[in-house]
Design a protein around this ligand. Structure first.
Ligand SMILES: [Zn+2]
Length: 228
């Protein structure tokens, strides 16, 4: 009997697609041209292979507790140096590893919720005029770009952030009507570019205590994504 596909899926997911022994990221399949991750395999802790030093007679081998996700190096290691990796130890390690993965997933979810809640307290900014209101009478700015994973997104967000802060500071400094209007037009087009890439700008004015203990107005801006 082979290991049921649902059990396989659970073993992969609960191990977070990482080798239980060395914590290396492992893949179920690799894209030939872009993949640099190493393969992982679900290995029997007590082997049904009579030739294996890990062999013991069991009535049934294919059940959740008898499997462990390992990278190719570690799957050789537990056979070659089997005395160093008794089955009870492997089961304990898998339990600890799965608990760590659960904690990491819960933490990630908590951070995401925290950011969502914070964004709800901010105003979605879709125009330079709205932004102009927020920066009136402020002493300082706070700016938080969102976390992105793709390299092209990183470039986009870092360029946007630089330009955005530059023009917002100019706007804050003020000037004649024509100058302000020109800045607002540029900021409008920057925000439109941001929205086109599925990011949003949020902001609000808030009061904070400065170093001298005085209450001052601060404008804070956060970039959100559809994913956060
Ligand atoms: Zn490994």
């Amino acid at each position: 009997m082979a290991l049921p596909s649902l059990t396989r899926q659970l073993l992969w997911e609960r191990s977070g697609y990482k080798c239980v022994l060395c914590q290396k990221d492992v893949a179920r399949s690799i894209h030939v041209f872009s993949g640099s991750r190493s393969f992982g395999a679900l290995c029997q802790i007590i082997s049904e292979d009579r030739e294996s030093p890990r062999y013991e007679w069991l009535k049934e081998y294919d059940y959740y507790d008898n499997y462990i996700l390992l990278c190719s190096d570690c799957s050789s290691e537990i056979v070659e140096n089997w005395e160093r990796h008794p089955s009870a130890r492997l089961k304990t390690l898998r339990g600890v590893h799965e608990a760590e993965i659960r904690t990491a997933i819960a933490e990630e979810k908590r951070q995401k919720q925290e950011k969502e809640e914070r964004l709800r307290t901010l105003q979605r900014i879709t125009s330079g005029e709205q932004l102009h209101e927020i920066i009136k009478n402020v002493m300082d700015f706070e700016f938080e770009p969102c976390e992105v994973s793709l390299p092209e997104e990183t470039d986009f967000i870092s360029n946007f952030s630089q330009d955005f802060l530059y023009f917002v500071k100019r706007l804050h400094f003020g000037g004649g009507m024509g100058w302000i209007e020109m800045l607002l037009t540029i900021i409008n087009s920057k925000i439109a570019e941001l929205e086109k890439q599925n990011f949003q700008l949020y902001g609000k004015q808030k009061q904070v205590k400065n170093e001298d203990g005085k209450i001052v107005n601060v404008a804070c801006f956060v970039i959100g994504t559809n994913l956060t």
